[in-house]
Design a protein around this ligand. Structure first.
Ligand SMILES: C=C1C[C@]23C[C@@]1(O)CC[C@H]2[C@@]12CC[C@H](O)[C@@](C)(C(=O)O1)[C@H]2[C@@H]3C(=O)O
Ligand SMILES: O=C(O)CCC(=O)C(=O)O
Ligand SMILES: [Fe+2]
Length: 340
């Protein structure tokens, strides 16, 4: 594995999370789903209800697709800033460094945000995009196809587990040619100054790599190298660390799936805490519907009850998401106020 260069920083204060390790609950277990087991569909539904998050093993994604993409990504993030910046600034797609989104959020992270449609910006990767942009492009395409296939299998198991007759009711949205899915490579560089900075006296301060948020799409499929940092928020509001596992995937329920299940599944709040000494690299596929898709609860899940949400299209939701801050509760605008 190639060592990534360390960026020079003078002032790390905007990135410090002023709460030490308070509120962390390392005891909770992250639900583990074995995709080869017959009862996977029930375990998936339970994990989505309890956590909105789970880990997948026996996923069927070829490990060489993962390692090829990881080495291409390491190669890209090792380039001099002047080279990486040729792919930026992220607007929202492209190379971004520390700035997340358009509304003032920052994190100790550099990233590449890409559309997944192979005919779109993947083919516009600028020259200077590593030594062999064609190799990078092909590693991204191989990875995305395999991960999308696994994502569709998971969405079909969810539909089965929810006893919905049309088992492709969710997966067809990702399979649609117009699916508005995105792909992100995040690199959290080490921050040696963190070890010297003073926290609350007892514990060193935490550094925000990627601030807390929920993902807006249907499902996010995350894989990282073996460096920790990802945390999820539980129903009681405490944070639990997600032990890294570079051979597995982690699934997040997104806001759209929360709505489509009429609140039965909850989108999971999560964040990344950067490390003082090690580089974390993550790759995330965000499976989204076509822009024109109406995001409404599946009819089978509203029988006898009312929809908890006002109707909206994915385009309307995305537009509103892009005028929000990262930590905002983006669904609040679309919630129906229960009649008393
Ligand atoms: C602050 C922002 C970044 C984000 C768009 C937003 O305005 C609010 C949602 C953010 C998020 C979180 C999940 C994904 O990383 C992402 C690509 C997405 O779809 O929504 C990011 C957006 C981004 O970085 O552009
Ligand atoms: O990098 C990670 O591990 C998670 C990042 C994340 O939540 C995101 O990009 O939406
Ligand atoms: Fe996220």
């Amino acid at each position: 594995m190639v060592a990534l260069p360390k960026p020079a920083i003078k002032n790390i204060s905007p990135f410090i999370l002023n709460q030490g390790s308070a509120g962390l609950n390392p005891q909770s277990e992250i639900p583990l789903i074995d995709l080869s087991k017959l009862d996977a569909k029930h375990a998936i539904v339970k994990a989505c209800e309890d956590f909105g998050f789970f880990k997948i093993v026996n996923h069927g994604v070829p490990l060489d697709f993962i390692s090829n993409l990881e080495s291409e990504a390491v190669g890209f993030f090792s380039l001099p800033s002047s080279e990486k910046e040729k792919a930026g600034p992220a607007n929202p797609f492209g190379y971004g460094n520390k700035k997340i989104g358009p509304n003032g959020d920052v994190g100790w992270v550099e990233y590449l945000l890409l559309k997944t449609d192979p005919s779109s910006n993947l083919n516009e990767l600028p020259t200077g995009f590593g030594n062999n942009p064609e190799k990078f492009r092909s590693a991204i395409n191989d990875y995305i196809s395999a991960v999308k296939k696994m994502g569709c299998e998971i969405l079909e198991l969810m539909a089965d587990g929810l006893k919905i007759q049309q088992r492709n009711v969710l997966s067809k949205l990702l399979m649609d040619e117009q699916s508005d899915s995105v792909f992100r490579l995040n690199h959290y560089p080490p921050c040696p100054e963190l070890n010297q900075a003073s926290g609350d006296g007892a514990t060193p301060p935490n550094m925000i790599g990627f601030g807390e948020h929920t993902d807006p799409q249907i499902i996010s499929i995350l894989r990282s190298n073996n460096i920790s940092g990802l945390q999820i928020s539980t129903r009681d509001g405490s944070w639990i660390p997600v032990p890294p596992d570079q051979t597995s995937f982690f699934i997040n329920v997104g806001d759209s799936l929360q709505v489509m299940t009429n609140g039965r599944f909850k989108s999971v709040r999560h964040r990344v805490i950067a490390s003082g000494s090690k580089s974390r690299l993550s790759m995330i596929y965000f499976g989204g519907p076509p822009l024109s898709e109406r995001i409404v609860p599946l009819p089978a899940l509203v029988k006898g009850t009312e929809s908890l949400y006002k109707e909206f299209t994915w385009f309307e939701y995305k537009k509103s998401a892009y005028s929000s801050r990262l930590s905002d509760n983006r669904l609040a605008l679309f919630q129906r106020i229960a009649a008393s």
